[in-house]
Design a protein around this ligand. Sequence first.
Ligand SMILES: [Zn+2]
Length: 90
Amino acid sequence: MPQPPDAVALPPYSGPDTDCLKCGATGASAQHRPARGPVVLPWNPEVLVDGPRPERIARRCRDCGYQWDEAPLDAAAKDLGAVAETGGGA
Ligand SMILES: [Zn+2]
């Protein structure tokens, strides 16, 4: 199973007038999402629903609805420290 990307691996925030990778339309909404741990089934913590995610900006194309994540502008400095502490990708 692929590991979730580190915030430093996400592309940087591209601004409000970014072009959608799928349909080429200009303009995507942006919503801040804080970092979170893994998501498991409430009734069965052994079942992983989604892996941990770094702090990110969730982008959504206004035309086709394609969604992708970008790194917050201040992510690099914070996450470089976090990667050093965890060894980066365990
Ligand atoms: Zn699109």
